[in-house]
Design a protein around this ligand. Structure first.
Ligand code: EPU
Length: 434
């Protein structure tokens, strides 16, 4: 278990903005799935992932893979992670050790597809992850879709048990009721070893899906159309080990863009991919924050002072990501007018709004909408990070708040951000662990 920690942020000097360069690492939500995909090969295969972020969720996934029998080395400071698949992996994750690990990250659901298709069976306790205000996050879209490929499920309280009558899944036409990221990934990973052709309609189009497909294709799979609404997979009998570099983290990038929107200044985000940030760039443009591609990086600048308001709504990719909204709302809390924001993806995900309120923000929650009336200044306070992005929003807000902000629950940030304190300190923010 990660130690509980507090971050202390004091405001930047009145006339100084952020300046310099930060490093954007590999995407958390891709790295975790690529790690799970290593289970799809036979014993002895050694996979190498590069650009893997040194974050707690990667350590948890590494621990989970070790608990089923894999050897995992890294990630080192060079972002390299090496996974060795044993001959036999454990498919029952209900024992105490794995159960606790499954319970602590949502990405543990990504083991369903690989274990089911490769081993013909899987037993998984109800997966965990952040609670966005509506209790348990369901996985029925995953299990229903895998049923189309021949999986059979039994639910027993807090455990879901899957098996494949006949031993091998078969291809099928899956139409997802919603472009769920996790369900698309599970079907994709299951279909690559199924017998025949699978189509996934209404698939999630996130860059992390295209990244997973790219790794699967390097392993010898036949996946077409990943990153579009319709994915086609032709199953193969076996897959080989692969070496793959994780796609840059567009959520981490959006966090630093929001930081500049709040604090002003000029920053270069080394390693960020401008193409995955379209909507964020457009909406920040409305506020007077300029963002542009810059030779393998993204450049952002804003004058020191308040931003203009804008309106935001989250949607499946290529829409604005639900994970990017909290940081942008934090930036709009001190805008010169009223902004409206709608959360369509994780509709109960507003715990951070109350915490921004403690800092003096004027934000009204109306169903899944927010009315953000910009105030001149926020004030430092003791606030609590309830999940990764809530914590990031509070850090962003604190950069210009009057006085000291103490962010409790900062261990959530370590789940998703590598070197946040060092990176922010390096560009002029006053931040330390408390
Ligand atoms: N949903 C269902 N039933 C299902 C699956 C999903 O109702 O069987 C609902 C969810 O409750 C949610 C919506 O569909 O309201 C979207 O869920 P999706 O399946 O797309 O999300 P996910 O795969 O569980 C990933 C990221 C989240 C990110 C979402 C949306 C990982 C590990 N997590 O979750 O990231 O918010 O996609 O983009 O990849 C984070 O990084 O902080 C984070 C929470």
């Amino acid at each position: 278990m990660v130690a509980v920690s507090t971050l202390v942020v004091t405001p930047l000097d009145p006339s100084t903005g952020l300046s310099g360069e930060v490093e954007i690492g590999g995407a958390k939500n891709s790295a975790l799935k690529l790690m799970a995909a290593s289970l799809l090969t036979g014993g002895g295969h050694v996979h190498t992932l590069r650009n893997v972020p040194a974050i707690d969720d990667v350590d948890t996934m590494a621990e989970l893979l070790r608990s089923v029998g894999c050897e995992v080395d890294g990630p080192g400071t060079d972002g390299r992670l090496v996974l060795t698949r044993p001959d036999r992996v454990r498919t029952d994750l209900t024992a105490d050790g794995p159960r606790e690990l499954v319970g602590s990250i949502r990405a543990s659901t990504a083991l369903l597809g690989p274990l089911l298709t490769r081993e013909g069976e899987v037993e998984l306790p109800t997966p965990g992850g952040d609670d966005f205000g509506r209790g348990a996050r369901p996985i029925t879209m995953h299990t229903d879709a895998l049923e189309v490929l021949g999986a059979r499920w039994e639910y027993d309280g807090a455990v879901v048990r899957g098996e494949v009558p006949g031993g091998r899944l078969h291809g099928g036409d899956v139409r997802l009721p919603y472009p769920s990221v996790g369900a698309t990934e599970n079907v994709l990973m299951a279909a690559v070893l199924a017998d025949g052709r699978t189509t996934i309609s209404n698939a999630a189009q996130e860059p992390e899906i295209a990244d997973l497909a790219a790794m699967l294709n390097r392993m010898g799979a036949h996946v077409l159309g990943a990153g579009s609404r319709r994915i086609e997979v032709t199953g193969v009998r076996t897959l080989q080990a692969a070496e793959h570099s994780v796609v840059p983290d567009r959520i981490e990038a959006a966090t630093y863009l929001a930081a500049v929107a709040v604090a002003g200044g000029e920053l270069r985000l080394r390693g960020a991919d401008h193409r995955h940030l379209d909507v964020v760039v457009e909406r920040l443009g409305d506020t007077g924050t300029r963002v542009a591609p810059d030779r393998g990086a993204v450049w952002v600048s804003a004058p020191v002072g308040r931003r203009s308001p804008t309106n935001l709504q989250t949607l499946p990719y290529p829409g604005l990501a639900t994970d990017q909204l909290p940081m942008l709302v934090a930036a709009l809390a001190t805008a010169t007018g009223t902004s409206y924001a709608t959360e369509n993806v994780q509709t109960g995900r507003f715990a951070y709004v109350e915490q921004l309120g403690v800092m003096g923000a004027d934000i009204v929650v109306d169903g899944h909408h927010l009315v953000v009336r910009g105030v001149e200044r926020l004030r430092g306070a003791t606030v609590s990070a309830t999940d990764i992005r809530a914590g990031a929003a509070l850090v962003v807000a604190a950069l210009r708040a009057d006085g000291e902000t103490r962010i409790e629950g900062a261990e959530h940030l370590e789940r998703g951000y590598a070197g946040l304190v060092e990176q922010l300190g390096g560009i002029g923010a006053h931040i330390r662990t408390g």
